[in-house]
Each structure stands twice: as structure tokens, then as C-alpha cells.
Ligand binder design. Structure first.
Ligand SMILES: NC(=O)c1ccc[n+]([C@@H]2O[C@H](COP(=O)([O-])OP(=O)(O)OC[C@H]3O[C@@H](n4cnc5c(N)ncnc54)[C@H](O)[C@@H]3O)[C@@H](O)[C@H]2O)c1
Length: 247
């Protein structure tokens, strides 16, 4: 018996990193999974892991920044599963660079995927959740959306926007029995952070009181808490999971 038995969860960016860990954690607690990624071939491993736990799984390809692809993906999940109880908006990218040198293209790419993608997916799934009269939305933001970061003005703006979007969604949909919360991870070991130069990684580690980087599993545990009835009276909140880096 898991705490998510009978639930259907849609996780974006489930092909690797935090999204994969989240999908596997929710499956381990009994949820059936709809996996979404722009790189559909990356979903095979997540799909195999979820199936291995005896859960049902459907994989859909979509670029979350494209409304038509998002709507088609949500329609496909609805047709296959009938409902969506939990939405985890996790898909995200970085295109780092200093403000003065940042191209319009890098600004747009990050805002389109991290913020507009969260809006488009939330809009499409919320329509279904409103009909169901229940739902639970979890947006993966970042501590950078709370504190900013030199070299990440696009990313910081997108994640601050995702936090504001979460709060507005929570206010609009609370009366429909739909909760919306955000998680603000600190520095988590994934392919996204592997790309950072060693000196930046060292600086980051020095700033973490717990003296270790986070793991995708640390975020997956927080998602499980927000996805379950253990957090039934939480909505519009930002849960910061960062080893004490930001307090
Ligand atoms: N790793 C960290 O330290 C960290 C910290 C804070 C927040 N986050 C956030 O957590 C989320 C996951 O990050 P990660 O570290 O696992 O990254 P990752 O790069 O390892 O994985 C991101 C996944 O999202 C998918 N994706 C990218 N663009 C997409 C699009 N347009 N449509 C659909 N899917 C798309 C990728 O294919 C990939 O599978 C992101 O939103 C990221 O901003 C990560």
C-alpha cells in the first residue's frame, strides 16, 4: 500500500535528472505515471523503472513551450488514463551569461521553457482538474528565483515567475479543491549542474552549511510530500530544499 495508490501523475522533463527521480518516487508510492519530455527517447529508462515497480506508464513527447504540443500531450494522457491527479512541472533549462552580453535568444529560450511551459501545462491540466474537482500541481522552481544570481538573469526571472505563477494558481484554484505549490531546489547533482566549471562548484559547496550537494532523490522526497495528503492544508507555498544554502 502506497500513499498515492490509484493516483495518476504527469511529470514533465521526466527523461533524466530530477524529473526521473520524481517519477520513480511517485511510482514507488503507487501512482501510475504519464511521462513527458521533449527528448522522448530519454524516457525509455524512466518508463522501464516505473513498469518494473508494477505501475502503468504512458510516455508522451512534447516541447512544453509549444501550446499545440502541450495540448496534444495532455489529450493523449487523458485518453489513456482518464484523469490527472498530480502535475509536476519540472522541465527546465539554463542558458547562462552575464546581463550585458545575454542574447535575446537565450533570454527567450529560458523564459519560454521554464515559465511559459509551466503556464501552458498548468492551463491544459487545470481544465481537466477543474472538471474532476480535485488536483495537485507542483512546480519545480529554484532558490535562484528567490535570491537571484549573477550570470543567470534569465533563469532567475523564469523561476521567480514560476513562483508567482504558483501562488496565483493556488489562489484561483483553491476553491476547486486544487492545490499548487512550488519547490525551490538548491544545488542538485544532475547533468544540468555537471556542466558547471569546477571553481563554481567549489564556491557553491562552500556556501552550503550541510557541506554536500543535493541529490535528485532529495527533491523527489519533497515532491512526494506535496503530492500526498500529508500536505493536505498546504497551498501557494514554496518549499526550499537546499541544505541550508538559503534560509
Ligand atoms: N539541478 C539543479 O541544481 C537544479 C536546481 C534548482 C532547480 N532545478 C530545476 O529542476 C528541473 C530539472 O532540472 P535537472 O537538473 O534535472 O535538469 P536536466 O537537464 O538533467 O533535465 C531536464 C529535463 O527536462 C527536459 N526538457 C528540457 N526542455 C524541455 C522542453 N522544452 N519540453 C519538455 N522537456 C524539456 C530535458 O529533456 C530533460 O530530460 C529544472 O526545472 C531545473 O531548472 C535544478
Amino acid at each position: 500500500m502506497g500513499c498515492l495508490d490509484g493516483k495518476i501523475a504527469l511529470v514533465t522533463g521526466a527523461g533524466r535528472g530530477i524529473g526521473r527521480a520524481v517519477a520513480e518516487k511517485l511510482a514507488s508510492e503507487g501512482a501510475d505515471l504519464a511521462l513527458c519530455d521533449v527528448k522522448v527517447e530519454w524516457l525509455a529508462e524512466t518508463e522501464a523503472a516505473v513498469k518494473g515497480m508494477g505501475r502503468k506508464v504512458i510516455s508522451v513527447a512534447a516541447d512544453v513551450s509549444k501550446a499545440a504540443e502541450v495540448d496534444a500531450a495532455v489529450d493523449a494522457v487523458q485518453a489513456a488514463c482518464g484523469r490527472i491527479d498530480i502535475l509536476v512541472n519540472n522541465a527546465g533549462i539554463t542558458r547562462d551569461g552575464y546581463l550585458a552580453r545575454m542574447s535575446e535568444e537565450d533570454w527567450d529560450a529560458v523564459l519560454d521553457i521554464n515559465l511559459k511551459g509551466t503556464f501552458l501545462m498548468t492551463k491544459a491540466v487545470a481544465k481537466l482538474m477543474m472538471k474532476q474537482k480535485s488536483g495537485n500541481i507542483i512546480n519545480i522552481a529554484s532558490i535562484i528565483g528567490l535570491i537571484g544570481n549573477a550570470g543567470q538573469c534569465n533563469y532567475a526571472a523564469s523561476k521567480a515567475g514560476a513562483i508567482a505563477l504558483t501562488k496565483s494558481t493556488a489562489k484561483e484554484l483553491a476553491s476547486r479543491n486544487i492545490r499548487a505549490n512550488a519547490i525551490a531546489p538548491g544545488f542538485i547533482e544532475t547533468k544540468m549542474t555537471d556542466a558547471l566549471p569546477e571553481e563554481i562548484r567549489k564556491k557553491m559547496l562552500d556556501a552550503i552549511p550541510m557541506r554536500r550537494f543535493g541529490l535528485p532523490a532529495d527533491i523527489a522526497h519533497a515532491v512526494l510530500f506535496l503530492a500526498s495528503d500529508a500536505s493536505a492544508y498546504l497551498t501557494g507555498q514554496v518549499l526550499s530544499v537546499n541544505g541550508g544554502m538559503v534560509m
